[in-house]
Design a binder for this molecule. Sequence first.
Ligand SMILES: Nc1ncnc2c1ncn2[C@@H]1O[C@H](COP(=O)(O)OP(=O)(O)OP(=O)(O)O)[C@@H](O)[C@H]1O
Ligand SMILES: O=C(O)[C@H](O)[C@@H](O)[C@H](O)[C@H](O)CO
Length: 170
Amino acid sequence: MTAPRPLHLVFMGVSGSGKSTVARAVQQRLGWEMAEGDDFHPPENVAKMSQGTPLTDADRWGWLESLADWTAERDARDEPTVLACSALRRAYRDVLRRGGEGTFFVHCTGDKHMLLERMNARDHFMPPSLLESQLDTLEPLAPDEAGMDVDPALPVDRLAAMVLARLGLG
Ligand SMILES: Nc1ncnc2c1ncn2[C@@H]1O[C@H](COP(=O)(O)OP(=O)(O)OP(=O)(O)O)[C@@H](O)[C@H]1O
Ligand SMILES: O=C(O)[C@H](O)[C@@H](O)[C@H](O)[C@H](O)CO
């Protein structure tokens, strides 16, 4: 029997959906290395978003490749990882899946009203005006993609426990 590959948990969703918050909660429970996708954006992407202009596919490919490379490096060392990354389209997730066979997506969903409220309440470069384009771009997980949906209206502790339970890590 072949040894199981390390797990790579990717917390995905539109801006304000809580992916970074839930990813961090899970990371703290598991102690795995975590990357924040926002930290990998080139300055041009951050400048664009800050000015209220949505990113295009062309803006995202290099960024996604750098995240897949980060994961692949750890996969090669048999190390599991946690990543927070919007991963809005299936084609984007295809790039991230190149990081390792054990890639599993946790989609933080949430209704638009709640997302807007949360975006308005925080201090962040991503303006709430970009939520609409994020929702237009979003392609939810298809049944054949390894992953699960979670509702970010629930408390963070509960969400982290649900993810761990689903993966048999709780
Ligand atoms: N389950 C939750 N319950 C209550 N508040 C939450 C929950 N999850 C996240 N939040 C709050 O909602 C806001 C957005 O969360 P967070 O920054 O994690 O979202 P995000 O998806 O990473 O957004 P972005 O991609 O724009 O950085 C934050 O202020 C965070 O504290
Ligand atoms: O794919 C994208 O459009 C981006 O990753 C955005 O989702 C932002 O980085 C994030 O929401 C801000 O934190």
